[in-house]
Ligand binder design. Structure first.
Ligand code: PHE
Length: 346
């Protein structure tokens, strides 16, 4: 009987040793300590044994039961510990792995061009100033020599704001150009001023390949003693060379803007055909890039600058148009249709 118990002990312990799942512990317990287990049978059969044997077998069997129960408890604990260790292992963060690179965005092509143009003028000593998109009629029109009945107002299809003054006027609008900032800046400073104004402008426009209702302009102006048309030409020639290439030629022709006198339109020789005539320049060899002129004496007087002492030049250009020319983009609407296939090219 003793041998049988010893055999049981070594079998039970070697099985217990090989267990590592909690569910296997339970079936082990049933097998070796359960009601139908060999050990329980032995303990139950003690009563039928002679006294001597009852004593020695009883002591040995009880000792074995206590030993197996103790071994089970220890094993349960170690299985639980290794379970915890395994789950920590599963969820472990390896901080030495290289990180997942975040998707990099980029600046919108209009923003890139805007900054590029600003950099060119900054390098010439201009300062960047921004102004309100919602503007008073006075700054957008009247102060720039465009009174209510002036035909030049018809050139801009204006988006008026639904705001009424006490006398029934609606004097607020989305600015149609950045020129109102000429007035705002000169009103608040004494000459000399040398400023560029990047910003959005708005027109009540049916869009097509060359017209958008919202687009960017950059206004530039310089007012000081002794500023002449030669300064305007030199500044804008330098700008054109930096943006479109050293070899560019420029052409100035008369144009009309109520707030400058004289007014000019500036063109560069077509960089696609070098002036020979192609579809980009519609056969003329020249591409118009901006409007400019000498600040009108009435505009200077309106901001209390003495036109006998001070003169200045001003220009305004369309940012998307510069980008279209430089990169051969054929439709301005591409800038605002959020098509990544277009945007990713810049
Ligand atoms: N503001 C004019 C426009 O939007 C451009 C311009 C600016 C012309 C400054 C002359 C001087 O068309």
């Amino acid at each position: 009987m003793k041998d049988k118990l010893d055999e049981l002990r070594s079998k039970a312990i070697s099985e217990l040793d090989s267990i590592d799942a909690p569910s296997d512990l339970d079936s082990w317990r049933v097998r070796y300590l359960g009601r139908k287990s060999a050990l329980t049978q032995v303990l139950r059969g003690l009563a039928t044994l002679p006294l001597e044997e009852k004593r020695s077998v009883g002591a040995a069997a009880n000792e074995l039961r206590a030993f197996l129960e103790k071994s089970l408890a220890l094993k349960e604990e170690s299985v639980r510990e290794s379970e915890v260790a395994r789950s920590i292992e599963r969820g472990r963060l390896d901080v030495t792995l290289p990180g997942r690179p975040p998707a990099l965005g980029r600046l919108h092509p209009a923003t890139q061009m805007l900054r590029h143009i600003c950099d060119i003028f900054l390098s010439m000593g201009f300062e960047v100033v921004e102004g309100p998109d919602v503007e008073w009629e006075y700054y957008n029109f009247d102060a720039l020599n465009i009174p209510p009945d002036h035909p030049a107002r018809d050139m801009w299809d204006t988006l008026w704001i639904d705001f009424e003054t006490e006398d029934g006027q609606r004097p607020m609008l989305l600015r149609t150009h950045t020129s109102p900032m000429q007035i705002r800046v000169m009103e608040s400073r004494l000459p000399p001023v040398r400023v560029i104004v990047p910003g959005k402008v708005y027109r009540y426009e049916a869009t097509d390949a060359t017209h958008e209702a919202i687009f960017y302009q950059i206004e530039g102006f310089a007012v000081d003693r002794n500023i002449t048309l030669a300064d305007l030409k030199g500044t804008l020639f330098e700008f054109a060379k930096q943006l479109f290439g050293e070899e560019r030629k420029v052409r100035f022709r008369c144009d009309y803007f109520p707030f400058v006198e004289p007014g000019v339109e500036m063109a560069i020789d077509c960089f696609a055909c070098n002036g020979a005539g192609c579809s980009l320049c519609s056969g003329s060899g020249w591409i118009e890039i901006l409007g400019a002129g000498m600040v009108h004496p009435d505009v200077l007087r309106r901001v209390n600058y003495d036109p006998e002492v001070y003169t200045g030049f001003a220009f305004g250009l369309g940012v998307e148009r510069m980008s279209m020319l430089k990169y051969g983009i054929e439709d301005i609407r591409l800038f605002y249709s959020n098509d990544l296939r277009f945007l990713r090219q810049f």
